[in-house]
Ligand binder design. Structure first.
Ligand code: DGT
Ligand code: CA
Ligand code: CA
Ligand code: ZN
Length: 568
């Protein structure tokens, strides 16, 4: 994995140098190094750890590039690459990443037609402008459209965390504007769906906001602009809708545009039965508005308890909330600790002490250190002796803590046949064992299911991490019968992870609901690879809301940690 990462940094460096018209010699040096590393049979990390100077012996890697590789191992980044990426517009990088479009064509489009985003590229292709360029023709113009289309299939919906940070940026931009009295996001983002089709923004204030919104930085294209609403496409390719609504109906608009559509239809029917009408302007009895300023008063008027946005999917939440009006959604303060984290003993960036400090700063009672096991070489997985050394280190640190404990753990790889990558003799010394699939994603469903079930039947396993292996927008889940796995987990008293890493969010909502119904414990783990990643718990809490989970369903809401060592 690390070899690939370095190869990618070098190839992108070479591509950007080419787009910027840098020296041919430099461009070629980076490209060749990238190709060499991509096919290099040994882990550069091993060589680096053995003796960094030996990196120089790899054919095609000179002193300068050796320095860059060492920099990547030491800091996780290459300064030169980061600076280059900053030099070109993100839209140009998106074009470069389209299939079949290399640096030459990207440069051609940029230099000749000023094309610096996928949106503009598509527009130019549709207008037949590309075929006129040197070396291009009708066929290659069609290829560009095809590449955009297939790229669109993977990225048509944006991962939630990305849309969230974009939306928060827009809200901040709007809120410094004196014409704006209120601004917030609604839609699928407010419901924290794993992926977002478009971002919906609501604002109160002067209609002039619309113009400022269309002029904001990052807008690639204004799709529509009216008196109370506008639609723009950002350079990142996502669409943003803005609606300016009157303050007295802000709650009604927020409720309406949060959706989901199916949920709205269901509550509209309830209102109708009570002789009322509900729309984006308010709740009406005849022509008279009886609610609209806040969501709370809308729910009250139609006789329902408040339902949190994450639950509004018309999957039974209305009936459920009527029966359980006291249902209290999970809160951050319910989380007692984190049960999945990595340190610089494997592929994490922070030390044991730094991780412990960050966990205590969050008010946690415990943090499980679960570095990778030996077979995950790319992640610098630990052999038994090194893990034993780490356990001693943890014992030492624990002596200095009050009301907090580092739990001794390991993220143990599930091997192809379902056996574990570490012997029971070491597992029995641990507080917590996290079992994970990191290889053989392509096994047929039956084999994958049997493999995973065999692994969790090992008496020392505490929880199954990222149960489907999916990476939002990048990798599909592997074929596995999750209900069968969960039945086995329940029997073996093993918890199932809700991996809070925003790329993963694995389990999905549907299976979280199933886990809840089946009485399988769920563990919210951030899979932190640096102390700052502990914040990912926020995404996990949102997913837990979507899965209707409560503290009693969640392993790391338990205050007493004896339950973790079920065999002791
Ligand atoms: P997305 O953008 O595909 O991720 O999903 P949403 O839920 O954000 O959908 P979007 O952007 O089309 O519309 C935002 C909200 O507006 C939607 O959740 C509910 C509301 N809405 C849109 N169209 C209708 C409609 O025809 N009827 C009702 N009742 N509500 C609608
Ligand atoms: Ca939307
Ligand atoms: Ca929309
Ligand atoms: Zn992990």
């Amino acid at each position: 994995m690390e070899n690939q990462k370095i190869a990618k940094i070098f190839s992108e460096t070479s591509d950007i140098l080419e787009i910027l018209g840098d020296s041919r010699f430099k461009i070629r040096a980076y490209r060749q190094a990238s190709q060499t590393i991509e096919t290099y049979p040994y882990h550069l990390r091993d060589i680096y750890e053995d003796d960094p100077k030996k990196l120089d012996d790899i054919p095609g890697i000179g002193k300068a590039l050796m320095g860059k590789i060492i920099e990547i191992f030491e800091t996780g980044d290459c300064r030169k690459h980061v600076d280059l990426v900053r030099k070109i517009k993100p839209g140009v990088l998106d074009i470069l990443r389209l299939r079949g479009i290399g640096p030459k064509k990207t440069k051609l489009f940029l230099d000749e037609l000023g094309i610096d985003s996928v949106v503009k590229l598509k527009d130019a292709a549709k207008r037949g402008l590309l075929r006129e360029l040197p070396g291009m023709g009708e066929k290659s113009e069609d290829d560009v459209l095809l590449a955009i289309e297939s790229y669109g299939r993977l990225t048509a919906r944006m991962p939630m965390y990305q849309a969230l940070s974009i939306a928060e940026g827009i809200i901040d931009y709007l809120k410094v504007n004196k014409k704006v009295k209120k601004a917030t996001y609604a839609g699928s983002l407010r419901r924290r769906l794993e992926t977002i089709g478009d971002i919906d923004i609501l604002a109160c204030g002067s209609p002039k906001i619309i113009g400022d919104f269309c002029d904001m930085p990052g807008v690639a294209h204004v799709e529509a602009k009216g008196d109370t609403k506008a639609t723009v496409i950002l350079e990142s390719g996502i669409q943003v809708d803005l609606r300016v609504v009157p303050e007295e109906s802000f709650g009604a608009a927020l409720y309406y545009f949060t959706g989901s559509k199916a949920h709205n239809i269901a509550t509209r029917k309830i209102a109708q039965k009570k002789g009322m009408k509900i729309n984006e302007y308010g709740v009406f009895k005849g022509k008279k508005s009886v609610a609209g300023k806040t969501e709370d008063e809308i729910f009250k008027k139609i006789g329902l308890p408040y339902i949190i946005p994450e639950m509004r999917e018309d999957t039974g939440e209305i009936e459920f909330m009527k029966k359980n009006p006291r249902f209290k959604p999970l809160e951050e303060s319910d989380i007692q600790g984190d049960l999945h984290s990595h340190t610089d003993w494997s592929d994490g960036k922070s030390s044991l002490a730094e991780m412990a400090e960050a966990a205590q700063a969050r008010g946690y009672k415990y943090l499980a250190i679960t570095d990778h096991s030996q077979s995950v070489k790319v992640a610098h997985g630990m052999e038994v002796p090194r893990l034993e050394k780490q356990l001693l280190e943890i014992d030492k640190l624990n002596k200095g803590f009050k009301g907090f404990r580092l739990l001794k753990g390991c993220e143990v790889d599930i091997l192809k046949d379902g056996s574990l990558d570490m012997p029971d003799s070491i597992l029995e010394k641990l507080d917590i064992v996290v079992a994970s699939v990191h290889t053989y994603f392509q096994l047929p469903e039956k084999e994958q299911t049997t493999r995973i079930i065999k692994a969790i039947q090992n008496p020392f396993v505490t929880l199954l991490a990222h149960p489907t292996g999916k990476l939002t927008g990048m990798r599909e889940a592997y074929d596995v019968d999750l209900l069968k796995v969960m039945r086995a987990a329940k029997k073996a008293q093993v918890a199932i992870e809700l991996n809070c890493n925003p790329f993963r969010l694995d389990l999905d909502t549907k299976h979280l609901r199933a886990a809840r119904d089946m009485g399988v414990m769920v563990s919210l783990g951030t899979d932190s690879h640096s102390a700052s990643h502990l914040e990912f718990i926020e995404y996990g809490i949102a997913m837990a809301h979507r899965g209707w989970l409560q503290p009693e369903n969640i392993l790391n809401c338990q205050k007493c940690i004896d339950f973790i060592r079920k065999n002791h």
